[in-house]
Design a protein around this ligand. Structure first.
Ligand code: PEP
Ligand code: MN
Length: 361
């Protein structure tokens, strides 16, 4: 089924939408019929059991919500997807004819729960979408996929919903785009969807995150929608109406995926990137050799490794130069932080190696 659904992508990406949580029969049925009326939705989602970070919040309507979803499918023809976190959820979802299951971020982190779901699904061929774990651990994400495969399931996809971090950032969950890209490399051909709603945690960033994922060759989107987002029982700030979703989809620029005519050009450009990366690595190695010499000098003269004024001077200089070269300040700070840490490591090694002199390096 995922293969058929993702074949849709050849013409346009797969779009999953529906409320964060099923709340009432009216809310589920009206959201579903408004979504179906757009003609742009492939799958209806709703949370039935909600894993909430803190107790005391709405924890999902439970089984009655499945009945409403089954009715929504009858009325609109939209296939259904819900989140499952336990074997009982799986059993109930299958009983009500849910078409595709997904594993939430808070479940993917727990191999016991993932295994329980995998065991409950053994012998079925129901498609499963595995969200990334809340922490940026690709082995854990891959482990969940492999547990599903181990239970004989073949129809598996991934959903990128961003990663938790401490402190306020622009996003509710940082996208760290290189991680889902790495997962596409590790699991070639596996459907990768993006969930901009949980990445953003608000409405105003949704459009740009959705566009970014399309630009990065993702196979589709899962976006939360609600007939009255401000009064949603969960995730009120990030949900949009089905009509707003339709506008959003109209504005998105859909890219063509890997056109063979472009393939040679692309391969050539990649070749050039590899070349430049090799040069960058040699330059970095040269830089570290110099750091080694500085370490030896500081050791002989009994200087501290970290000298704050010097570090500020480097950042200041790189910031100015980077601006001229069209490199963002944010990137430069991250890059120099990483280079600086490696430099300190090198100097530290030299300073703590007995007997190494400046002229030995
Ligand atoms: C959800 O999709 O409503 C949900 C709980 O998402 P996540 O597991 O990504 O937090
Ligand atoms: Mn949600």
């Amino acid at each position: 089924m995922l293969a058929e659904l993702s074949a849709i992508w050849n013409k346009r990406p797969l779009i999953i939408s529906g409320p964060c949580s099923a709340e009432t029969p009216e809310q589920v049925l009206k959201t579903a019929s408004d979504l179906a009326a757009t003609g742009k939705i492939d799958l209806l989602r709703a949370g039935i059991w909600k894993p909430r970070t803190k107790p005391g919040l709405f924890e999902g309507i439970g089984e009655p919500g499945l009945k409403w979803l089954a009715e929504a499918k009858k009325q609109t023809g939209l296939p259904l997807t819900v989140e499952v976190a336990t074997a009982q959820h799986v059993e109930a979802a299958l009983k009500y004819g849910i078409d595709i299951l997904w594993i939430g971020a808070r479940t993917t982190v727990n191999p016991f729960s993932v295994q329980e779901i995998a065991d409950a699904l053994r012998g079925t061929n129901i498609p499963v979408l595995v969200k990334n774990p809340i922490n940026p651990d690709l082995d854990l994400w891959g482990g969940a996929i492999e547990r599903m495969q181990g239970a004989g399931l073949a129809d598996i996809g991934m959903i990128h919903r961003g990663f938790s971090s401490y402190g306020n950032t622009e996003y509710r969950n940082a996208p760290m785009w290189h991680l889902p890209i790495e997962m596409q490399r590790r699991y070639p051909g596996m459907l990768m969807l993006c969930d901009p709603s949980h990445i953003c945690g608000n409405r105003y960033l949704l459009q740009s995150v959705a566009q970014k994922s399309i630009d990065l060759n993702f196979g589709g989107l899962m976006i939360e929608s609600h007939i009255d987002p401000d009064h949603a029982w969960s995730d009120a700030q990030q949900q949009i109406t089905p009509q707003q979703l339709e506008k959003m989809l109209d504005i998105l620029i859909w890219r063509v995926r890997s056109d063979p005519a472009d393939a040679t050009e692309l391969a050539l450009l990649r070749e050039r990137i590899d070349q430049v990366d090799d040069e960058l690595l040699s330059l970095l190695a040269r830089r570290m050799k110099i750091a080694d010499r500085i370490g030896a000098y500081k050791k002989e003269n009994n200087f501290t490794i970290l000298q704050t004024e010097r570090w500020n001077e480097i950042l200041e200089r790189a910031g100015k130069k980077g601006e001229e070269l069209n490199l963002s300040r944010e990137f430069l700070v991250q890059y120099f932080d990483a280079v600086h840490m490696e430099s300190i490591q090198h100097q530290n090694n030299v300073m703590n190696e007995s007997g190494k002199k400046l002229n030995d390096i």
